[in-house]
Ligand binder design. Structure first.
Ligand SMILES: Cc1cc2nc3c(=O)[nH]c(=O)nc-3n(C[C@H](O)[C@H](O)[C@H](O)COP(=O)(O)O)c2cc1C
Length: 196
């Protein structure tokens, strides 16, 4: 009897070990850690961002979900100083100082009508791009453009955007100059379960 109980105990412990092992094998902790460590970075060193890093960030952006898979995002990659300064305008000096700047734009018209999802799609692409920057050890920040005319107009002019393409946001990217830390935004009071 004692022996049977002992064997049952061993069996249960082994099963439990397998179950927990399986759960941890399915968790991509590195991906979660990258999300938790992302933060806005607004100052950069002069070190260049490589073409491969730029392409990786664009690939991540284009992996975002998109309403009806329309993919209305368009990206303008800017490294020329004069253009960066025009984009920075009076409001965002960090844009002029970053080695590379992404302008996330949206094709607003689809089949002759407004695509109501274009801002949500561009936001999803923007977050993916920011996460890729974090994963590459780079620093980046989402700076607003749409729907503010004083921010959109300089971008439209500097980039020569067609009328149906709007600049959604501007993301300066570079190697972090400081030691910015992620903010803890976990607030259980912002969550409602089942009903408000
Ligand atoms: C829609 C949107 C617009 C933003 N616009 C600006 C901006 O114009 N300038 C800026 O410095 N940061 C901007 N940010 C970055 C926020 O200030 C930043 O995400 C927030 O303070 C939280 O900090 P964290 O990104 O480090 O978590 C923007 C973020 C979002 C989502």
């Amino acid at each position: 009897m004692k022996r049977a109980l002992f064997l049952c105990g061993i069996l249960a412990a082994t099963l439990l070990a397998f179950i927990t092992m399986d759960a941890s094998a399915q968790t991509n902790q590195a991906a979660l850690d990258n999300i938790f460590s992302r933060k806005s970075v607004r100052s950069y060193t002069e070190e260049a961002v490589t073409p491969l890093q730029i392409e990786t960030m664009l690939k991540a952006a284009m992996s975002a979900p998109t309403g009806m898979n329309v993919q209305p995002w368009r990206f303008v990659v800017v490294t020329e100083q004069a253009t960066k300064e025009k984009l920075a305008g009076g409001f965002n000096k960090m844009i002029a100082k970053a080695p590379v700047v992404f302008v996330v734009c949206g094709q607003t018209i689809r089949n002759g009508r407004l695509n109501g999802n274009w801002t949500a799609d561009c936001a999803a692409a923007t977050e993916n791009l920011l996460l890729a920057a974090e994963a590459l050890g780079l620093g980046a920040v989402w700076t607003a453009c749409y729907p503010y005319d004083d921010r959109m107009n300089p971008a439209i002019e500097a980039l020569g955007l067609p009328e149906d393409v709007k600049p959604y946001c501007i993301i300066p990217v570079g190697h972090p100059a400081g030691k910015d830390k992620p903010k803890d935004k976990w607030k259980p009071e912002n969550i409602h379960y089942e009903k408000w």
